[in-house]
Every structure is written in C-alpha cells, then in structure tokens.
Design a protein around this ligand. Sequence first.
Ligand SMILES: NC(=O)c1ccc[n+]([C@@H]2O[C@H](COP(=O)([O-])OP(=O)(O)OC[C@H]3O[C@@H](n4cnc5c(N)ncnc54)[C@H](O)[C@@H]3O)[C@@H](O)[C@H]2O)c1
Ligand SMILES: O=C(O)C[C@H](O)C(=O)O
Length: 289
Amino acid sequence: MTSLAVIGTGRVGGEVAFLSAALGLFDEIVVCDAVKPLERAQVLDLSHAAYDVTVETDPLLMRDADVCVFAAGRPRSPDTKTRADLLSANIPVLDDCCRHLPSFGGVLITITNPMDMNNYYLHRCLDLEPSRCIGFGGQLDSARFGCRIAAEGIGGTATVLGEHGEHQVPVFSRLDTPVPEGQREEILRFLQGASMEVIRGKGGTVFGPAAHVVRLIEAVLGRRSSEVIPCSCIVDGEYGYSGLSIGLPAMIGKEGITRIVEWDLDAWERRKLDEAAMFLQEICRDLDV
Ligand SMILES: NC(=O)c1ccc[n+]([C@@H]2O[C@H](COP(=O)([O-])OP(=O)(O)OC[C@H]3O[C@@H](n4cnc5c(N)ncnc54)[C@H](O)[C@@H]3O)[C@@H](O)[C@H]2O)c1
Ligand SMILES: O=C(O)C[C@H](O)C(=O)O
C-alpha cells in the first residue's frame, strides 16, 4: 500500500491531494489541517470525487506515509515583500506539525515558505536524513524562467537554482543562445516578482506548484524516467556548501535525493549561487532547532 500525507490542506496542499487522487498515485491520502472545518471539507470534497483512494485524517497514520507534503503555514499576501519575511510566522507552524512525524521514514517534500530554510529546519527537527528532505520550488521557478525565455525567442532547457526567493539563480549557460549580463539581470528581476501577479489576482499560486509537486512525487515513486530536477537539497560539501538547504540539480528516486549533480556554472551564475548560499547559510545557522 502506498500512502501520502498532506500537512496543511489549503490552496496548495488541497490541490496536491486532489491531483494525487486523480492520478491514482496512492492507495491512501492522510490529510491534516489546523482548521478542522476546512480539513473536513477537503475530505468530503475528495471523497465525492469518487477516486479509488482512502482519505484519512488520523495524524498517527502520517508517520508511516511514503511521501509527506508539507504545505502548512502562512502564504504571502500582496503586502509581504519576500518569502523570507514569512520565517518567523511559519517556524511555530513547523514546530507544531513536527509532532505528527516522529520516526517518519518516508520522503518529505517541503513547500511552506521560506521553503529552503524550512526544509533545513524540518530536517533538523525531525532528524531526517538529508536525502529524504526535498525542498520544492526550483521546478516552478524553472517553468517561469522557461516561459520568459520562450517569449524572448531563446531556446534551451530553463533551470533555476539557488534560493526559492530573491536569490534565485537562473542558469543561462545551458541555454541555446548566449545572454548578456544586462538581460540576465532583467530576467532575474522578472523571476523575483513572477508569482506576485498571481497572488494579487487570485490570492495565491495553486496550479503551477501543485502540478510540479505531483511530478516530483511521481519521480519519488519511480513513475518518471530519471531526469535532473531542480530542488532544494541539504548540502554536505556539494558545490562547496554545508549547513543549509539550497536549490541544486538533483536526481530523485524512492529514497529521495539520490544524487546532487555538479554542473559547470559560468562566473555570473557561480557568483549568484555563492550569494544565495551565504544568505541561506546565515539564516540556517541562526535557526534555533
Ligand atoms: N515552495 C513553493 O513553490 C510554494 C508555492 C506556493 C505556496 N507556497 C507556500 O506554501 C504555503 C501554503 O500556501 P497556501 O497558498 O496553500 O496557503 P493556505 O493558507 O491556503 O494553506 C495553508 C494551510 O495551512 C494550515 N495550517 C496553518 N497552521 C497549521 C498547523 N499548525 N497545522 C496544520 N495546518 C496548519 C492553514 O489552516 C491553511 O489551511 C505558504 O507558506 C506558501 O507561501 C510555496
Ligand atoms: O511567491 C510565493 O509567495 C508563493 C510561491 O513561493 C510561488 O513561488 O508561487
């Protein structure tokens, strides 16, 4: 039997649960939300979809899940400048939810922002192996990067590394055409603000994150051919970094992150990645776990 736990069944968690049920990825989905009428509504709504899946709410079942999607916590409003500004509001949520996952043996996918810092915090709090803690955001940033370069007539594989936040690192050196520094900075500024128009228009991003989270889950379940996926990884010397979680190219499998792939980056990308790592390392070091 395969089981998915979804902690926080708001916009993103709810949509991930729905898509996972629709695609038949799990036999059981265990959902949990602090707002019990919402949790109950999600269970009923999912049940009425009549997919072949059991929907549970007993938190004790979560520790045995194969995959746990962590989407509980405050999202940005149009007044929240950066994702990092959510840290102090969401750390207590992480603390509260960790009680559901003692001796969790599956793969954790962290969505809650600021995602990289939270992924690191959950790894520490739950004493989970780094490979089992996948921070989600790089695929979404990469898709936004892909939309932008396509609009500019540039081809190639669009990947974003670094922080899922202000310190994103779009990898220009793997595109088909050289992109000069001025245009890189302009595209980076676009990426930094790319989700805000959605947040202003509909309250939060939903379809984009949920679709990519489900692709990540499929990779964990071995349902996709092996491919490099940009996600936040807890590093131990890779790219010269330690003591943080940061977006890097990774291979994903049943045990989580099976390998962090070392790419040759050009000087601009390396400088941006170093800046992202310094920013994240400083905050991760100060987290009181
Ligand atoms: N990493 C990404 O790419 C990405 C994409 C979208 C959203 N996010 C982040 O994901 C998080 C959720 O976003 P959303 O739009 O779904 O928000 P939302 O407000 O719709 O859902 C969050 C849910 O968490 C629940 N919650 C809060 N505290 C809880 C607790 N202690 N225990 C259980 N449940 C609790 C809330 O009741 C709510 O239902 C936010 O932090 C957002 O910024 C990240
Ligand atoms: O931008 C946000 O606050 C939500 C999420 O991280 C996103 O990129 O869609």
